[in-house]
Design a protein around this ligand. Structure first.
Ligand code: COA
Length: 212
């Protein structure tokens, strides 16, 4: 009886030891394939020259979008260590116009990583060099996917969250992803249920005129 109990205890301790060894190895392997958020933080600063302006004298939104895509690429590819592509963009609202002569700085960091995708958060600040006055023109989120040499999505390193802000950004990205998926499902449902005749009342308070 005593012998059986001893064997059971030893077996239990051995299994326990194996479990801890597995956890340790798993953590070690994961750390080998992870990068801190600070590793890929990127800033691009560009002078807004007259060639970037629209007819109203303000900077074209497309110029800023192109700069955001550039900084998102730099940041995501640094984290992934591969070539990346832009998949989707959230939250592009230009809150204030950018003037010719201002210095625009785009601050990018990896907010979230999935298996092959990354979300890069970009804060755009425009500065009047004479007065030093700064304005926050927008914050947007670019989802990028890492590609291998054959153009197939490839796994990215895990993200090491080094501060409370890193954790907050990661959690916010999860929420945005969930809301986007819900919105997508709801919209598909609404679209397939849309009956034009029954929905015409929605035009009552809109600035549209029926001409048929
Ligand atoms: C986006 C793309 C890589 C998806 O390829 P796929 O073979 O369908 O791959 P998967 O379904 O495995 O998706 C890969 C990742 O993209 C994510 N993804 C795909 N579509 C997405 C979307 N609309 N929004 C957010 N993420 C998306 C998936 O969630 C997955 O992420 P995960 O691995 O972290 O979970 C592919 O459609 C593509 O290459 N598109 C063109 C991108 C491009 O050229 N951009 C430049 C524009 S000119």
């Amino acid at each position: 009886m005593l012998k059986a109990t001893t064997i059971l205890v030893v077996a239990f301790l051995f299994l326990d030891f194996l479990w801890y060894l597995w956890q340790f190895c798993r953590k070690y392997i994961m750390l080998q394939n992870s990068r801190p958020a600070s590793y890929s933080k990127t800033t691009i600063t560009e002078l807004m020259i007259p060639a970037y302006a629209n007819f109203g004298g303000k900077i074209h939104g497309g110029i800023l979008l192109s700069l955001m895509d550039k900084v998102a690429y730099a940041c995501a590819s640094k984290h992934a260590g591969t070539y990346v592509v832009t998949v989707t963009v959230d939250g592009v609202n230009f809150l204030q116009p950018v003037e010719v002569g201002e210095l625009v700085s785009l601050h990018a960091s990896v907010n979230y990583v999935g298996r092959t995708s990354l979300v890069v958060g970009i804060k755009v600040i425009s500065e009047n060099v004479k007065t030093g006055q700064q304005k926050h023109t927008n914050t947007s989120y670019f989802t990028m996917v890492a590609k291998d040499d054959f153009g197939k999505p490839t796994e990215v390193p895990m993200l090491e969250l080094e501060s409370e802000s890193d954790v907050r950004r990661f959690l916010e990205a999860i929420k945005r992803k969930q809301i986007r998926e819900l919105y997508k499902e709801d919209f598909i449902q609404e679209k397939s249920n849309l009956e034009i005749e029954k929905s015409l009342h929605l035009l009552d308070n809109e600035r549209a005129i029926l001409k048929f």
